[in-house]
Design a binder for this molecule. Structure first.
Ligand SMILES: *Cc1c(COP(=O)(O)O)cnc(C)c1O
Length: 354
């Protein structure tokens, strides 16, 4: 059987019709892994933790769930090209889905910090990539102007179909767990994904498919924590480039998601993000992007403060694949890659195998 994507699986909950062409790369249906080693490692042995591995989507991030919708609707509406501003993953996803649909793709890349893997993807899928002298927020302003006449479809998360596709992840969590978790921990950049998950959980509860909905705990990076401090950050700073955003597009909807669910949007420092990033890899065998680890950094912070109960069932959303950002592990681990002689006895000694 053909692998079904998000539109085929959740057609009745999405704004599509029989006339909508389905542009899919087989996104969604990502693993929900029981992370049973991490809790004990941080002193919370009763924690019931799961990780949603969104890095296993076709282009390596959750953006594919929204992009299948945005690009399918763009084709239905007859546009010939898509455009986005992106710190990386949106451009990788837009470029792939646009190519699959036979559309052109334009990418405005904010100057500076962009993870190498993401740029490589956009280039390989054949997008027209332009690096802009300005940060993400400036790039998004430019995209709004370039797309204003409707000839080119904007596929940033201000595109209404993106969040509709992304809410499918909330559906999947409920199906995989057999119920809604007590808490959902998730990184917050433009705040689209936390809003989308909340739509999904709310809809499944309204439909009676779930009896409850989780408290939504979103985490911004401290250097770009606009929602937490209720002010725009004109120069957002964090090594977590996917959430380096100073004026989130879905600000209001995210604040409402946190409030309506009884959750909270908080901030985590770069040091906390890096610690969580390493902890996930070393305790669970899960290699995510630094930005993704903000969810686990936030979980740890909220376990320690008591904002999350120590015996709760928690799902952490790991938004992107660790291979996107190959520089970071080398910086952290600083391996000695000088070749060693091929001598078994010496190797046994050096590796301390006894
Ligand atoms: C886009 C992205 C985020 C942030 O999601 P928002 O919807 O902008 O809040 C987090 N992590 C990764 C890996 C991303 O690509």
């Amino acid at each position: 059987m053909r692998t079904q994507g998000v539109i085929d699986r959740y057609r009745k909950y999405l704004p599509v019709s029989d006339k909508t062409p389905v542009i899919t790369l087989g996104e969604g249906s990502t693993p929900l892994v029981h992370a049973n080693r991490l809790g004990p490692a941080i002193g919370f042995p009763k924690l019931n933790l799961y990780c949603k591995l969104e890095g296993l989507n076709p282009t390596g991030s959750f953006k594919d769930r929204g992009m299948t919708m945005a690009v399918s609707k763009a084709v239905e509406e007859g546009t010939k090209a898509v455009i986005c501003a992106s710190t990386g993953n949106t451009s990788a996803s837009a470029a792939a889905y646009a190519t699959k649909a036979g559309l052109a793709c334009y990418v405005l890349l904010p100057a500076g910090k962009v993870a190498l893997g993401k740029l490589s993807q956009a280039l390989m899928y054949g997008a027209k990539v332009i690096c802009l002298d300005g940060n993400f927020d400036v790039a998004l302003d430019m995209v709004r102007e370039l797309g204003a006449d409707g000839k080119i479809t904007i596929v940033n998360s201000i595109n209404p179909y993106r969040l509709e596709g992304q809410k499918s992840a909330g559906f999947e969590v409920v199906e995989q767990l057999g119920k809604a978790p007590d808490y959902l921990c998730i990184p917050v950049g433009n705040a689209g994904n936390i809003s989308a998950y909340w739509r999904g959980f709310k809809q499944y509860k309204e439909l009676g498919i779930a009896t409850s909905a989780p408290k939504m705990h979103g985490f911004e990076a401290a250097g770009s924590a606009a929602i937490v401090h209720d002010r725009i950050f004109p120069n957002p700073e964090t090594l977590a480039t996917a959430i380096r955003i100073g004026n989130p597009a879905s600000w209001k909807e995210a604040v409402k998601a946190a409030a309506d669910s009884g959750g909270k949007i908080d901030e985590v420092t770069d040091d906390e993000i890096v610690a969580a990033y390493q902890l996930l890899a070393r305790t669970e065998g899960i290699f995510c992007e630094p930005s993704s680890a903000a969810s686990v950094a936030g979980l740890i912070k909220h376990l320690q403060s008591g904002a999350i109960n120590e015996d709760a069932t928690v799902v952490c959303v790991l938004t992107g694949n660790g291979l996107k950002d190959p520089d970071m592990p080398l910086k952290l681990c600083q391996p000695d890659l000088t070749p060693v002689a091929a001598d078994v006895d010496k190797l046994r000694h050096q590796l301390q195998i006894n």
